[in-house]
Ligand binder design. Structure first.
Ligand code: FES
Length: 100
């Protein structure tokens, strides 16, 4: 894993997410109680969770409303033991970095 700058400092509004592309991965970064990196594509039908509604650390996929914990990646509905990969994110003086 390597730390990479993925966004400018303060460029992600509080309570929102952005999507970044790293190689062939689409990764969501949410600014909710700190920054959280998580694979952006829902395991159901590959919808992007980035525009999903946030309720605390839970994001709701906008397509069919499955829910994920953005801190752990855990899927909270229907299937046990399924999770999206998560990534460490840090806000530094010159930008937002992610360990990818
Ligand atoms: S694509 Fe996310 S719930 Fe269907």
């Amino acid at each position: 894993m390597v730390w990479q700058k993925v966004a400018e400092k303060d460029s992600i509004e509080k309570g929102k997410g952005i999507e970044v592309k790293i190689g062939d991965k689409r990764i969501a970064i949410f600014n909710q109680d700190g920054y959280h990196g998580i694979d952006a594509l829902c395991v159901h039908q590959d919808g992007s969770i980035v525009p999903g509604k946030l309720n605390g650390c839970i994001v709701e996929c906008p397509l069919h409303f499955w829910h994920y914990d953005i801190k752990t990646g855990d899927l909270l509905d229907y299937l046990k033991g399924v999770k999206l990969q998560t990534y460490k994110v840090e806000s530094r003086s010159d930008g937002i970095y992610m360990d990818v």
